[in-house]
Write a protein that binds this ligand. Structure first.
Ligand SMILES: [Zn+2]
Length: 401
């Protein structure tokens, strides 16, 4: 059963208030575009919004479902109308298990056509069992044509039982050109009975024509304390929860995805890179890079985490420099290393390095090779400490990406 409702959305009070306002007034735009960082609850909110819109006890629901008539809307005093899914009516019972005939939920898929049905069912089953289920898919995953064909045909008809049909499209930036066209046609239709709720973490990849016709709803990174709370409730040990929450940079999905990974090993790997750079030891640094770049296929994600750990070290060092209490540091089990670091680097130098890492993290999303990114980044991070000229000449040493 999906338990998330608009009133219980985590860490997005403005979004929650805004959406409840819409439900409470019963006046919907044709399409909403939920955008913001990955893993902050956009899809959860979209499904909660859909459930509220399909609830039979919110304004505009019952009257419209029964068809327009002068007589069938009972006086407002007889009906307690809410601004969120009641969880009890027939509509809520069906939408709570994602089985409402007027709720369509599309998400990116990969794999062969004949396996899609099964993958969809499995995913929905996981989602029903675990409200914290984290969607993970391959880079090439997309909203498949076979998923939208039936839906597009249905758009011309009235909804089955509710007053409107709700279509939630997760990561809508992964739709194809012709799917966007069909979507556009539906959004622009006057008096349409379909409510579109689109989500994206990559707003720039959504065509301008779509963006301009949707009401946009912006989601923010979650506060660290909220991520930590959720992790601890999911039985993650306090110390690890703190580290995961800090590393997740406001994304609960990332924290949850990392929960089962070998955090300490990765963190220590990042340290292996940091220490030689600090000690101006090029030979050691090259050796460390060679270890870390032997990642093979999973390289990109691992590299990202390594760089993020690197950032975390530097942030801790910066906080220590500004007098933060040791127990508030993420890597407080390595206090001595941090103290050394913060005495060796001044604040300006730490910030410079953080910026270099930030650029590298952005570069990883592009089409650069992980090894080159790492070489280039660490050369620049170590830069004026090692002396650019003294940097060891490697066969692959093309620093400037
Ligand atoms: Zn209800």
């Amino acid at each position: 059963m999906l338990t998330a409702t608009l009133s219980t959305l985590l860490g997005q009070p403005e979004v929650s208030a805004f959406l409840r306002g819409i439900v409470g007034r019963g006046r919907y735009a044709n399409a909403y575009l939920f955008h913001g960082p990955h893993g902050v609850g956009k899809c959860t909110a979209a499904l909660a919004f859909a459930r509220a819109a399909l609830c039979e006890r919110v304004p505009g629901a019952a009257a419209a479902a029964a068809g327009p008539s002068l007589f069938d809307a009972p006086p407002a005093t007889e009906r307690m109308l809410g601004d969120d899914a009641c969880g009890e009516c027939r509509g809520c019972k069906m939408s709570g298990t994602l089985q409402h005939p007027d709720l369509k939920f599309l998400f990116p898929l990969s794999g062969e056509e004949r396996t899609l049905e099964g993958t969809i069912e499995e995913t929905l089953e996981e989602l029903r069992k675990d409200p914290l289920y984290v969607f993970q898919y391959e880079k090439a995953a997309s909203i498949r044509i076979s998923q939208t064909r039936e839906l597009i045909a249905e758009l011309g008809y009235r909804p089955h039982t509710a007053s409107r049909r709700v279509v939630v499209v997760r990561d809508c930036d992964r739709m194809r050109e012709d799917q966007f066209s069909a979507l556009l046609k539906s959004i622009e239709e006057p008096g349409a009975s379909t409510l579109w709720v689109l989500t994206t973490a990559r707003l720039s990849r959504v065509p301008v024509t779509i963006r301009s016709r949707c009401q946009r709803v912006r989601f923010r990174p979650l506060p660290e304390s909220i991520v930590r709370d959720v992790l601890e409730k999911a039985d993650v040990e306090e110390k690890e929860a703190r580290m995961l929450a800090a590393l997740a940079a406001g994304s609960l999905a990332r924290a949850l995805a990392m929960r089962d990974g070998d955090m300490k090993k990765l963190r220590d790997e990042a340290l292996q890179l940091l220490v030689p750079a600090l000690d101006r030891n090029p030979a050691q640094l090259v050796k460390a890079i060679q270890t870390v770049t032997g990642y093979g296929k999973a390289g990109r994600e691992r590299l990202r985490m390594s760089l993020e750990f690197h950032q975390l070290w530097l942030r801790d060092a910066l906080r220590l420099r500004y007098g933060a209490a040791p127990e508030t540091l993420v890597n407080r089990d390595q206090l001595q290393v941090l103290q050394k670091l913060s005495s060796q680097l001044d604040a300006a130098e730490i910030r410079r390095r953080l910026l270099v890492l930030e650029e590298a993290l952005r570069a990883i999303d592009g089409n650069v090779s992980p090894d080159l990114t790492l070489f280039s980044t660490l050369a620049r991070v170590a830069g004026d400490r090692l002396g650019e000229g003294a940097w060891p000449a490697l066969a692959t040493a093309r620093w400037d990406l």
